[in-house]
Design a protein around this ligand. Sequence first.
Ligand SMILES: Cc1cc2nc3c(=O)[nH]c(=O)nc-3n(C[C@H](O)[C@H](O)[C@H](O)COP(=O)(O)OP(=O)(O)OC[C@H]3O[C@@H](n4cnc5c(N)ncnc54)[C@H](O)[C@@H]3O)c2cc1C
Length: 487
Amino acid sequence: MNAKHDSQPRETGTRPSFDVAIVGAGPAGLAAAGAAASEGARVVVIDAADQPGGQYWRHRSESAGVPEDGKLHHGWNEYLDLRRTFDEHVASGAIHYLPRTSVWMLRKRADEDFLLELTPSWGPPSGIRSVTATRLVLATGGYDRQIPVPGWDLPGVMAAGGIQGFVKQNGTLPGKRFVVGGTGPFLLPVAANIVAAGGSVAAVCESSNLMGWLPRAHRAAGVPAKGVEGAGYVWEFLKHRIPYRTSTVITEILGDDHVTGVRTAKVRPTGEIVAGSEREITGIDGVGLGWGFTPQLELPLQLGVSTRVDVDGSLIAPVDDAQHSSVAGLLLAGELTGVGGAALAVIEGRIAGRVAGAESQGRSAVASARELREIGRQRRFAEAMHLAHPVPQGWQDRLTPETTVCRCEEVTAGEICASRETLASEDQRALKGTTRAGMGWCQGRVCGFAVSGLASNDVADHTSLANAAKRPIAQPLPLSQLANLEN
Ligand SMILES: Cc1cc2nc3c(=O)[nH]c(=O)nc-3n(C[C@H](O)[C@H](O)[C@H](O)COP(=O)(O)OP(=O)(O)OC[C@H]3O[C@@H](n4cnc5c(N)ncnc54)[C@H](O)[C@@H]3O)c2cc1C
């Protein structure tokens, strides 16, 4: 039901106040916004991007008037539906939309509303430097998880998601002929997007042997849309003759001042290279690497939310059936609660928005039985996917002492291992102090997972991952904004 709304947020001095604040306008945030507004709440939606869509529905520039036909997207009609509702609520004043705006800090004192500190992500400031809200929904998504490989710092090497984002946003490619490597079904749409944009793919190197799907095939059958999507990729791969090599890793990226080739090898599930399986692929100018995603947890961590390590090795924040986190009044949706894809993000966002909207009006709301069943199906599929496509064992052994791990501060694997052995730096925080790994511009977003793994000489543990994700300043901002911070 659409309720009537004031056209403006309540003004408290220079700090507008809302019933519900939503950070992120991706699949989860868009769904949350429509649902919260439909409960009669005054909603603010803050997103660092120029236009709604998030990572999954990233598209051509609306402000530049570049038409988007949706051909590079799955579920484009669902996006159009969510967007229509969103736009209607923006037009009615129920939703106050702040694009090109980052939330860099969150605060909440007992019995007070959430306080969100804002900064322009680019372009001129919106004039609003902070907002408050009774309920907060965080839907900040995630980013590509990376592990280093010798040569990965050469120009022409990108995160697999970076290539996809580039194509979706610009309609053009950052190269001509690519190798895509890593693990997970996400490598398939990246390769498909490359050929759709006129490039070619010399190989997709999937480190897993796919046998992990066999005992869990019934979970895949529970989400038929994923099967249909997968069949589409099989057809694309056959049509464009894209080799799909399983149990294969990129052991080295070759080139002097730009990528020109890769060395690959077959690996056993235990991580050893199969003798004699090494080969070289040359004549390429682009490499895309993807090892799953890392939920973007700095904002919930600023509020002290509880976390755990999920089956894919990611740090996530658990929620209850109504998407409440462990912090009162804070709801989470999408990748933050566990990497599970856009369809799951939409359902979670819808529930979080409805619950936050209702609670802000003094009512309560719950997820429907149907929504909970669908969440269960999507979660079981995601778990099967993570177990069938683990980060491959043995990646640490394939680094050389010279391999750069932290690219911002140019810290090598040799320096990190030496610090672990000689200075007992056995978690990410200690290594940050002793080597500067994770201390640069990206604040460990790119290297945090790998540094945590190297710190323990095994899989990354909870404390190390949580330390890596703790960032009191979530986004880059001008120093003047810190200097002028109130309270
Ligand atoms: C690069 C990339 C490509 C992907 N491609 C595919 C694909 O092809 N197929 C597939 O199935 N899945 C893909 N995924 C996964 C899929 O995007 C997610 O499952 C889905 O988008 C999750 O939706 P979400 O709403 O949780 O987050 P997102 O879609 O990531 O949206 C999060 C939004 O939050 C905003 N944000 C984050 N932090 C802040 C902040 N501090 N202040 C303000 N705004 C903020 C961002 O600008 C973004 O718009 C991709 C993921 C990435 C990272």
